[in-house]
Design a protein around this ligand. Sequence first.
Ligand code: F6R
Length: 607
Amino acid sequence: MCGIIGIVGNRPVADRLVDGLKRMEYRGYDSAGVCTLHDGELVRRRAEGKLNNLVEELERADAPGTTGIAHTRWATHGAPVTKNAHPHATPAVALVHNGIIENFKELRDELRAEGRSFESETDTETVVHLISREIEKGSLPQEAVKNVLPRLRGAFALAIAFRDYPDMLIGARLGSPLVVGQGEGEMYLGSDALALAPLTQQIAYLEEGDWVVITNDTAIVRDVEGNEVEREFRNSGASASAIEKGNYRHFMQKEIFEQPTVVAQTLRSYLRQGEQQVALPQMDFDISEIDRITLVACGTSYYAGLVAKYWFEQFARVPVDIDFASEFRYREPVLPKGGLALFISQSGETADTLAALRHCREQGQVIAAVVNVPTSSMAREADLLLPTHAGPEIGVASTKAFTCQLAVLAALAAHFAVKKGLLTREEEAEIVEHLLEAPACLNAALDHDDDIAAMAHLIAPARDVLYLGRGADFPLALEGALKLKEISYIHAEGYASGEMKHGPIALIDEDVPVIVLAPSGPLFEKTVSNMQEVQARGGKVVLISDAEGIAEAGEDCMATIQMPKVHPLIAPLVYAVPVQLLAYHVAVAKGTDVDQPRNLAKSVTVE
Ligand code: F6R
């Protein structure tokens, strides 16, 4: 989603602003722009489409100056065309914005009634006019911002430049993240620490409602009430190399192959290997008293939650409600006091999930969050933070964050069961042992990369693809379909395999490949029966199973993908690999933009 960078520098900034935007490309965008301060003017350059277009624009007409702001825009209000690209500006003020100003229509009407005209269809342009109006009345920039912020409803991170104050920028945040970076005689604003990684590691995270005035060597932060507050600069640990592809062709491919390492890393902080025990962070509530879990997440993180529902119910015998975050608040869920509300999110900033988290807090729920970005809003607002240690995930399609979420959730389910007295020491040790097998099994699954690449051409021409799974592998079918549609643009659906005969089987013909996830084990026979129902109707099946399963049922399949034999507990982690690789290779075969698929944003910070 939109990326922001601002620099008050001691040397020209345009190239470095564009460089910062490149580092945020992964967030998803459809236009970009910069504005620098030079010779008493705001110098603005914008372009729709990829950043190269902005670079070409800057080659045609440069943007000199040592202070500037820049933005990648993911369209919400108004088409992704140049006139809607940020920065938005009046002659005196320019700004970039991430988020949505929900009351922009009423603000725009008010401003129009005063004779102001708008050149874009965006919500953002109202903010620039509101601030300009204050400046025209004689306010200093600080006063202008202070007066305008309370008028904005919705979510925003802003970076604002003032024509008459060339050595200063103002940043503000509410609902969307913004950080301040400190350099050598320079100060920065950015959407995240990664965007600023080549410039500085010294990062201060603004809190909700904060706004900050930065100059070359000062950063004065005020809270929502206008009181000056301290926000400590800390080493972010964000390394510039974390967002490089290395020898891989795409970030998604790199991240798929990182899974054995990052899952092992994640498990290390949740399992005590020597004692064969689960070890969760200190909790200031008694987990054994929790008698109900509400799970909330979006997209791939939601599918991790769906897998976890099986584990919580199986091991801890605790009922689990699960919802898409965007639906959750609107169905008026019943949340008796003392329940555990568990949020799952790679970014920790997804607006729907964050709003659901805040709603649950108001309803007296204990808040736990499985989050990959430890400095994110969800991480900060949770009572119990359960970090995944996947490292920065840059590919828009989530891969390694998903398997790390599963690793944490499995450990949490086991811990829950232990605390409820439902697992003996031996059973706990057995679970730990199986979880510790996961990294090696993930490696073994990755060994089949070439086989999967070789069969991608069977799927690439399809218009529709179905994925089937049963039990905890059903969410994997949903995840497989999501991965395929988001990066290859092939329509795909996941179904519980037993549901096929209740409708979807009508879709079967020889042009609709059906991917069946069926590890050998207790549910195998049933899934295979459903698969045979598909084959009996001319359906072309790709069976993903282990050697035993393939020997038993692979004969009439269009193709098979062999996985290592794994315990059912870790099957969802291991079977994530072939569905990710299949989507990846099909997308490569189709020549789509794997890391930045059309219309998608990495972190969805609008509701
Ligand atoms: C799919 C994908 C999305 C995210 C979803 C939630 O590959 O990445 O579906 O899973 O937008 O994002 P987080 O986990 O950051 O809350």
